[in-house]
Design a binder for this molecule. Sequence first.
Ligand code: ASP
Ligand code: MG
Length: 462
Amino acid sequence: MRIVMKFGGVSVKDGKNILHCANLVKKFSEGNEIVVVVSAMSGVTDSLIKAANKCCSEPSAGYIKMFIAEMMKKHYEAIEYAVRNEEVKAKVISATERLLDELEKVLLGISYLGELTRRSEDYIVSFGERLLAPIFSATLLSIGVDSVALTGGDAGILTDKNYGRAKPIPGVYNTIKSRLEPLLTIKKTVPVVTGFIGATDDGNITTLGRGGSDFTATILAAALDADEVWLWKEVDGIMTCDPKYVPNAKVIPEISYQEAMELSHFGAKILHPRALEPVMRKNIPVRIKNTFNPDSPGTVIGSRTEETTDIVKALSLITNAGIVNVSGAGFDFAEIMSEVFRRLADEKVNVIMVAQSSSELNLSIVVDSRDLDKAYKTLKKLENGNIKVDKLLDIAVISAVGSGMAGTPGVAGKIFSALGRNKINVIMISQSCSEFNVSFVVDNKDGVSAVRVVHDEFKLGD
Ligand code: ASP
Ligand code: MG
């Protein structure tokens, strides 16, 4: 089999875990062709973003020195534990030093300029993945698995110039195939590719959006016609609900692409929102597996399960969201709608859900708490005698997902009567024509009980 495997987050939080993951690659590399994708060590991307912004707003050479020393310590400790061969270790240490040197210079540059563009921010955050890929690859070498480290750009992931949220450009699959296929078939080595990052055709580093390593893995899989993608996580698979909210939540053995996409959109933190696009078209299954329980089958995401009849398969809950409400009368409805969404897109606001009544305009837009102020500010500017904009804080969004909902009468009725029986007030409701999900908003304080009520109602924990 040809498998693209991605490791990220806690799975690569320190040297011990990195060595553990490398041993998993070794175990599965017998008889299979493996491409590894790694994200940054856990916490590193966030701290790089913080450092970049801090260097821009409050430049301080002392801070940069301290930050670089911290990064050095984290990565050196990982190398010290994971890389079990002195010669390989010496090489990867000098590669790490070179990268950290480069990072220090970039941060100094930002603090001199006092300006951080999206392009330079992408360049800075790319160091997380660029540091870990050589370490992971060296770990493989040191346990006897031939390997080579590549950046996303080296691997052929060429993107547009939409820094921060770049997309692969047309024709990219051929480039990737021509660069990676020979490594698999002729050199018989395990490429370790940096997740999350690509490059423009003139060589600048771009990123694919937060959590983008999943997307890297599926892009590579589609380009290489892989048999499967394995996303290694720290959980046994996709669950009927986050067990933090619903203690009797269960692992879902099979889920369709569409259902998994709906769940990720509604904050289920399973996958990068675009990650399934490349594999869907080629029908490549994606398996979610647990690094710390590797023999458990996990969850398979794939079209084989498109036929499932589960009415409600899983629930997601987003807490602490907000609503911006645009209301009024006496203007062109479609025009205001398009202006509202153009402004939200310009501000890169993540819109979770929309509901509208059109007799007179009343448009309710649910956004992440992080984006609420941005959304409110930009829409507030539309206010005039006819239009009024206000906001509502502290709400929770619950989404019930299942492809069997389409055409099954009474699903919404069942959800809302269960909520009614439990005296939970529903603030807003939305269901799209795809009928793969029903979403609703409740007061934040009712969020957890609402999700538990619906989980019980559909017997998802049994
Ligand atoms: N390191 C990147 C992030 O934290 C990409 C990823 O984790 O997939 O967003
Ligand atoms: Mg990360």
